[in-house]
Write a protein that binds this ligand. Structure first.
Ligand code: NAP
Length: 270
């Protein structure tokens, strides 16, 4: 049985910790690292999992899942570097950090898998895209897939697509939240109480998401099914097209991709 350590148990790290426990991983096979003792104590009390230092995690764990903010990576790599070898597996959840950064900073041959998850991991509905580094094998990818399937869906993509994935599914939940927020405002504009407007839109979003996931139909077909001739929906669609919402989404996601590329450049070899 592998011991798994979460390096950084913030929002994403805690969600994965909780998902792994729910999926049947024993608390004895899990470790986490946290900077503040109070936060570590809170997690131990809640999940029965032990908080350790980064070097201790490196010594005891077979799989090290890095879930610190990208800007906090340097001290973590400094601590890991002398302790990891080819038998360890490093899984990076850090947005924008290339596998090459880990490969450069860690001992030769340490396998690294880069993953872009998203926040629905908090409710077991993450979309995670994983890419192998140059020392990661198919067996390593299977380990990572099995871990992440406890908290959602997993796909494998070439690392060159990770910036696009970051823009699409990494940031994606924010676009849906933005849309829901704007639609709730529309309800207020039409004179509905805020709470009612919120219930109507949130449940519509849940239902639409479920139909997208479960019907197997293309979104165009699903939209056409609620767009009757001379009806209300087509009037709304005309306004969405007139205001360039489709073009705005294309431009927005392209801008997110460009920013991801820019952030990644900060970690290229000088
Ligand atoms: N949130 C998202 O939507 C999302 C989506 C995809 C990927 N990610 C990636 O997931 C990673 C984690 O994001 P998050 O939102 O969970 O961030 P977060 O809530 O800030 O969690 C990071 C945790 O790591 C801890 N930490 C930092 N340096 C440490 C060290 N040297 N040793 C031990 N613990 C340390 C932090 O402690 P302190 O509180 O002391 O700083 C914090 O609890 C990021 O790299 C992010 O790019 C996030």
């Amino acid at each position: 049985m592998s011991v798994i350590a979460l390096l950084g148990a913030g929002k994403i790290g805690e969600a994965l910790l909780s998902g792994l426990l729910h999926g049947g991983t024993s608390a004895d096979d899990l470790l986490f690292t946290e900077r503040y003792p109070a936060r570590a104590a809170e997690l131990t009390e809640k999940y029965g999992v032990h908080g350790v230092t980064v070097p201790e995690a490196a010594k005891r764990a077979d799989v090290l899942i890095v879930a610190v903010k990208p800007q906090d990576i340097d001290p973590v790599l400094d601590e890991l570097a002398p302790l990891l070898g080819p038998d360890s597996l490093v899984v990076s959840l850090c947005a924008g950090l290339p596998t090459a950064l880990y490969e450069r900073r860690l001992a030769s041959g340490v396998p690294v898998v880069r993953v872009m998850p998203n926040t629905p991991m908090l409710v077991g509905e993450a979309m995670s895209a994983m890419s192998p580094g140059k020392h990661a094998t198919a067996a390593h990818l299977t380990v990572v897939r099995e871990l992440l399937e406890h908290v959602g869906k997993v796909v494998e993509v070439p690392e060159s697509q990770q910036d696009a994935v970051t823009a699409l599914s990494g940031s994606g939940p924010a676009y849906f939240f933005f849309l829901v927020e704007a639609m709730i405002d529309a309800g207020i504009l039409l004179g509905l109480p805020r709470a009612l407007s919120e219930s109507l839109i949130v449940q519509s979003a849940v239902g639409a998401g479920k139909m997208l996931a479960e019907s197997g139909e293309h979104p165009v077909i699903l939209r056409e099914a609620v767009t009757s001739p001379a009806g209300t929906t087509i009037n709304a669609i005309r306004e969405l097209e007139k205001h360039g919402v489709r073009a705005a989404l294309l431009a927005a996601i392209e801008a997110a991709r460009d920013r991801s590329v820019e952030l990644g450049k900060a970690h290229e070899t000088p």
